[in-house]
Unconditional design. Structure first.
Length: 128
């Protein structure tokens, strides 16, 4: 089974030694996205809600480049520098997802790249 590297200009370019996503068969592993604006590679302006929305937009762009969408995510990992943001993640997530929701984990971390308040990665299944 051939491994396919997923790339799109509609999401931030990799800022390290990784790919935006890797597809193997019908499964796609999406790398962590922080709230970078693809065109500027700078953090989105605004509050933590703006950061959360930007991350979902970035994940959506990578998912679409791989031939799917957020509806195809089966696992979502959310990394937050402050777990007090968790209720806001739930609120914003309801604008991007409908039931059945993907499996999910929320992890509190000390810091994220570029001073971001949130990062998310995901696994997507296209076999449906």
């Amino acid at each position: 089974m051939a491994r396919e590297i997923i790339h799109t200009d509609k999401a931030p370019q990799a800022i390290g030694t990784y790919s935006q996503a890797v597809k193997l068969g019908t499964t796609v592993w999406l790398s962590g996205q922080i709230p970078l604006v693809p065109e500027t590679m700078e953090l989105v302006e605004g509050d933590i809600e703006a950061q959360i929305r930007r991350v979902f937009d970035n994940l959506q762009a990578v998912a679409q480049a791989a031939g799917g969408g957020l509806v195809d995510l089966v696992k979502l990992n959310v990394f937050l520098t402050d777990l007090a943001y968790f209720p806001l993640v739930n609120q914003v997530m309801s604008d991007y997802f409908t039931q059945p929701y993907p499996a999910r984990a929320a992890i509190g971390v000390a810091a994220l790249p570029k001073g971001a308040g949130v990062e998310m990665d995901a696994v997507m299944e296209l076999g449906q």
